[in-house]
Design a protein around this ligand. Structure first.
Ligand code: ZN
Length: 308
């Protein structure tokens, strides 16, 4: 197997991970988690979203959180998820410098998620882009349900290509191909990633997987083999999507980093410190997390031979 280079990991636990948790974390608890992630040398963190607090109560302290963490950690890329123009305006008020907006490849999922048709969402994207340009904010775009929609099934590759083309034309920083409900399989990820990289070799792409059906890490490998070097992951494997039936956790950050390290791929992240951060998350939430390495330990861990 030919694998080389380094892999970028973007932590999305504070946003995608926490949004379905019943326990609302305080700003102080979130800051502790951010500090622990940064101790592990995580450099890109999606810290929250600027959505209506009634829709996602967990995100209502995103503004306060950003003010404190951005002041403290100036060398870290903090990304806010914004569903619309209003969201980016709120984010800009506190000085957020990088935002991520979501379009769904499936019209039905888009209506459920942001209550807009795909066309309306693309029009909104143009307005967001214009605003970001004026305010010098970097704009990323996630394409949800790229690898399948729980309502519509398979999404044709041409549909994905046409959305990618539209956002590139408008101007975009990173495009994330998101497997919102964990339907992707490694061959599909490899094929689509390869085709996309061939078509747009200069556009940065990132992949976002959920481990709903246990294919999360295999999908990462599929993406790496096709030449993708950037992935979202969530501490402890926390996460879900309120509008995706049965969607479970994101791929787990420490499990991904462990796998990559074992395969001699660089991430610059300290796995031991990441495990400490995950432990902290487990104790804050007071429940078990889906991640494996926190439970089983690293595969390099050796045990004393039991007496016969
Ligand atoms: Zn997600």
């Amino acid at each position: 197997m030919k694998l080389q280079g380094s892999i970028q990991i973007n932590e999305v636990g504070l946003r995608d991970g926490l949004q379905l948790e019943d326990r609302i974390l305080s700003v102080e608890q979130k800051i502790k988690l951010v500090d622990a992630l940064i101790d592990a040398n995580v450099k890109t963190i999606e810290f929250g979203s600027f959505v209506h607090p009634k829709l996602v109560p967990q995100m209502k302290n995103s503004r306060e959180l950003y003010e404190l963490i951005s002041e403290k950690h100036q060398d870290v890329d903090f990304i806010a998820l914004i569903p619309n123009l209003k969201g980016v305006i709120l984010a800009a008020e506190v000085g957020v410098q990088r935002v991520n907006t979501v379009l769904s490849a499936s019209n039905t999922h888009n209506l459920q998620n942001v209550r807009k048709t795909k066309r309306q969402s693309l029009e909104e994207f143009l307005r967001i882009k214009e605003y970001c340009e004026e305010k010098e904010i970097l704009l990323d775009c996630s394409i949800a349900t790229t690898f399948g929609c729980p309502f519509e099934g398979d999404i044709h590759e041409e549909v994905i290509f046409s959305i990618i083309e539209s956002v590139i034309q408008a101007g975009v920083n990173v495009i994330t191909l998101a497997d919102t409900t964990g339907m992707a399989n490694p061959k599909q990820v490899y094929d689509l990633s390869k085709n996309v990289l061939e078509k747009w070799p200069n556009q940065p792409f990132n992949l976002h997987f959920h481990n709903t059906r246990g294919m999360g890490l295999a999908n990462v490998l599929g993406g790496i083999q096709a030449g993708i070097s950037s992935f979202d992951a969530s501490l402890g494997g926390l996460g879900g999507c309120p509008f995706a039936p049965g969607a479970t956790g994101n791929i787990c950050t420490e499990d991904v980093v462990h796998m990559l390290e074992e395969m001699q791929l660089k991430t610059d992240i300290s796995l031991d410190n990441l495990l400490e951060a995950s432990k902290m998350l487990r104790s804050i939430l007071d429940h078990e997390l889906p991640g494996q390495i926190l439970k089983s330990g690293k595969s390099s861990r050796l045990y004393p031979v039991p007496a016969i």
